[in-house]
Design a protein around this ligand. Structure first.
Ligand code: PBG
Length: 307
């Protein structure tokens, strides 16, 4: 009765990776328990999540072909739109969130089109808007731009309105830090930059006020929800954002957070499921309404008293 924070399966969003092919369920080396799926096995995974009471999925695509401009990221026959159409049909009640970014689709691994080695913001933005519109048409309820480029939320908002997709929500990765904790994700998505890093468009971990500025900027541009990422090392940011906005706040417990718990648990150094529930409860206590976690299924089982 006096417990202040209650983590529920319905708070959770499960990220999933999809690639072209059939019957694929390949474990990500640095993320035991997380898999690269083809659309058929993705659907099985989505059904399992739904049975555990997890209401939403966040989809990342790994294309068959990468090129300099990330073409498969915004093509309607690309892997994410294909997966979205299949999921819409197979699990109609599930909330489908599509990550919008070019880093998985470019052969250089940067989040946009390059000019003289740097990401060209102005040429990248229309492609992100194109991707968002394609995903919305394919059945995404929420598009989640994860690149942190200036002006992309406004461009996506405008494009969705123009294409008659005004009811699609935008969840912006508003406060996204240039973090070492994304390492395993870049394995899973095969999206590590070939050269350089993402510090030109992601935030310095030392900055807190800047996060609030980015959140306000994205809300002014038309975001419906904002995200803080990573989560555990940034709980103060989650709390501060929660205190100043009226929209839902999401926190992304990223791949490195998953890998740390898994590695320690595999060695018998900590109790994995207990650590998962504690970590995710802390993220909720800090103020997150929505929690994105690769541990969503583990947490949902633990919360239901199952292992
Ligand atoms: C970019 C993106 C990244 C993550 C989510 N979206 C990688 C990056 O910015 O390098 C990281 C998620 C994680 O580490 O779990 N499309």
């Amino acid at each position: 009765m006096v417990r202040e924070t209650e983590l529920r399966a319905s708070d959770l969003i499960l990220p999933l990776f999809v690639e072209p092919g059939k019957g694929i369920r390949r474990q990500v080396a640095s993320m035991p328990g997380v898999f690269n799926h083809s659309v058929d096995t993705l659907i099985d995974e989505a059904r399992r999540a739904q049975d555990l009471g997890i209401p939403a999925l966040l989809l990342f695509g790994i294309p068959g072909q990468k090129d300099a401009v990330g073409s498969e990221g915004y093509h309607e026959e690309g892997i994410v739109p294909t997966a979205l159409r299949a999921l819409r049909e197979a699990v109609p009640e599930m909330v489908l969130v599509a990550d919008v970014c070019l880093c998985e689709y470019t052969d250089h691994g940067q989040c946009g089109i390059l000019r003289a080695g740097d990401v060209d913001n102005d040429r990248t933005i229309p492609l992100l808007a194109e991707a968002a519109s394609t995903y919305a048409k394919a059945g995404a309820d929420i598009v989640a731009p994860s690149d942190m480029m200036d002006g992309r939320v406004a461009a996506i908002r405008e494009r969705l309105a123009r294409d008659g997709l005004g009811s699609t929500s935008i969840m912006s990765y508003a406060a996204k830090y240039a973090s070492a904790f994304y390492g395993p994700f870049r394995d899973a998505a095969q999206s590590a930059p070939k050269e350089g890093d993402r510090r030109g468009y992601q935030m310095d971990p030392a900055n807190g006020r800047e996060a609030l500025r980015m959140v306000r900027r994205d809300l002014e541009e038309g975001a419906d929800m904002v995200m803080v990422k990573p989560a555990l090392a940034y709980l103060d940011i989650v709390r501060q954002v929660r205190d100043v906005v009226d929209v839902p706040v999401a926190a992304y417990s990223v791949s490195g957070e998953y890998a740390m718990i898994e590695a320690a648990a595999a060695n018998g150094w900590i109790d994995g499921p207990r650590a998962v529930v504690e970590a995710l409860t802390s993220i909720k206590r800090a103020g997150a309404d929505l929690i994105i976690s690769y541990h969503a299924a583990v947490a949902a089982k633990a919360l239901a008293g199952r292992r």
